[in-house]
Ligand binder design. Structure first.
Ligand SMILES: Nc1ncnc2c1ncn2[C@@H]1O[C@H](COP(=O)(O)OP(=O)(O)OP(=O)(O)O)[C@@H](O)[C@H]1O
Ligand SMILES: O=C(CO)[C@H](O)[C@H](O)COP(=O)(O)O
Length: 377
């Protein structure tokens, strides 16, 4: 990335925590980018999940919906949205973690002070020089320049773990996969694309479980929305884990967004639209909407079990989804039709991902008071 900024720099708080992070900096002035791009203040969104749970896939859909050409740099930057991976704040390189006998999920393996100071700086409109964790080499590379943007997503294992970082967030999302689905997706990716053996994949999932339970999973209790991805209930004893039941749990008392609903807000609705208006083949598709509690919180649940046969017919379902923040009739369907082969496009994962992207847009509009122009690629 070319440094075109005229920022002056100070060492970032937390940079002394690791020799790898010694060059991490924060600009002492507000970036010129703000005025150039007309940014009111960056809106910060956290997306948390374990490794291999579909964060990158989801965020590719989100950046597409914001219609922005995204750079192929380590930190993807579009004209409207940038996506920071919090793995960049790992304290140790891969070898160092092995020596210290910690997993990347452990609090002790991450530089939360640096993360908090840099995310807060971006929120204030300042540029940062941020470390890079290189997943190919397992090493920590030279810092890169990250400038403020309209929306900055921070994704990874811990966006809501540290209270200082959490306070910087305007909207928080947790992707919660049932173990069976997590294993199926991991196997598909790590065997097919990364050449790992089945044994190694299962051993890695098993060895991460205690730290996952202690440091990552609890974040879901206090998020604006949680997307649960579970095995279907439409097929008894389904082994393949290809048909999914996807639940969107929406905090009823969240400050920056209003939950979507099906037909009638506050009612409990089970809906099987298969028939004249929606083509279905086995096992079909079933929707549910209604109130529930989630860790003592009131939530509105929107659930999709099964898949769509013909994506363009989704528009019929869309007409019954209320308060999704769409800009025109059929926007959700059109967005899915733009990427028909992306993972999840024909089931609840894709549909709910698009809904969450629209929520992000609504949060941005609410926080800044500025409408986002309709676009998308
Ligand atoms: N909705 C979906 N339906 C089916 N498969 C999916 C879906 N989303 C993601 N996957 C698959 O799961 C695997 C992991 O997805 P992805 O790389 O997006 O996860 P990640 O959380 O970004 O992982 P990491 O943190 O390890 O980089 C990929 O093989 C992807 O194709
Ligand atoms: O949980 C993870 C989040 O992506 C990774 O395992 C962690 O970042 C370490 O990466 P690597 O295995 O490439 O050293």
């Amino acid at each position: 990335m070319v440094n075109v900024s005229t920022d002056t720099w100070v060492k970032a708080p937390g940079a002394d925590k690791s020799s790898h992070h010694a060059n991490a900096k924060i600009a002492s002035n507000v970036s010129e980018v703000l005025a150039k791009k007309g940014i009111e203040r960056p809106v910060i969104i956290g997306v948390a999940a374990d490794s291999g749970c579909g964060k990158s896939t989801f965020l590719r859909r989100v950046t597409g919906i914001f219609g922005t050409e995204v750079s192929k740099t380590h930190t993807p930057v579009g004209n409207f949205i940038s996506v920071i991976c919090l793995d960049d704040y790992h304290l140790h390189d891969r070898m160092g973690r092995r020596e210290a006998r910690v997993t990347a999920l452990d609090e002790a393996a991450n530089n939360f002070e640096l993360m908090a100071s840099q995310i807060q700086a971006l929120r204030e409109g300042k540029s940062i020089m941020k470390p890079i964790y290189n997943h190919e080499t397992g090493e920590i590379d030279e810092c890169e320049l990250v400038e403020p943007n309209h929306i900055i997503v921070i994704e990874g294992l811990h966006p809501m773990y540290d209270t200082r970082v959490k306070k910087s967030l305007d909207f928080s999302v947790y992707l919660d996969l049932a173990d069976e689905v997590k294993i199926a997706w991991k196997i598909q990716r790590d065997m097919a694309e990364r050449g790992h053996s089945l044994e190694n994949i299962l051993a890695s999932i098993e060895s991460r479980k205690p730290d996952f339970a202690q440091f990552v999973d609890p974040q879901k209790r206090d998020c604006d929305v949680v997307m649960e991805i579970l095995p279907t209930r439409l097929i008894p004893d389904d082994d393949e884990k290809k048909v999914l039941r996807v639940r969107l749990l929406q905090d009823e008392n969240s400050e920056n967004f209003d939950p979507i609903f099906l037909y009638d807000e506050g009612s409990t609705i089970d809906w099987v639209p298969c028939g004249r208006k929606l083509t279905c083949s086995y096992p079909g598709i079933k929707f549910h909407y209604g109130p529930d509690t989630y860790y003592d919180k009131e939530v509105a649940v929107f659930e999709v079990d099964g898949g769509f046969e013909k994506l363009d017919e989704m528009v019929y379902v869309e007409t019954h989804i209320e308060r999704a923040g769409t800009k025109f009739f059929g926007e959700i369907t059109q967005s899915l039709l733009r990427n028909p082969t992306a993972p999840g496009s024909k089931n609840g994962t894709g549909l709910i991902q698009v809904i969450m992207a629209m929520m992000m847009r609504s949060v941005y509009e609410k926080v800044t008071g500025k409408p986002v122009a309709v676009s998308g690629n």
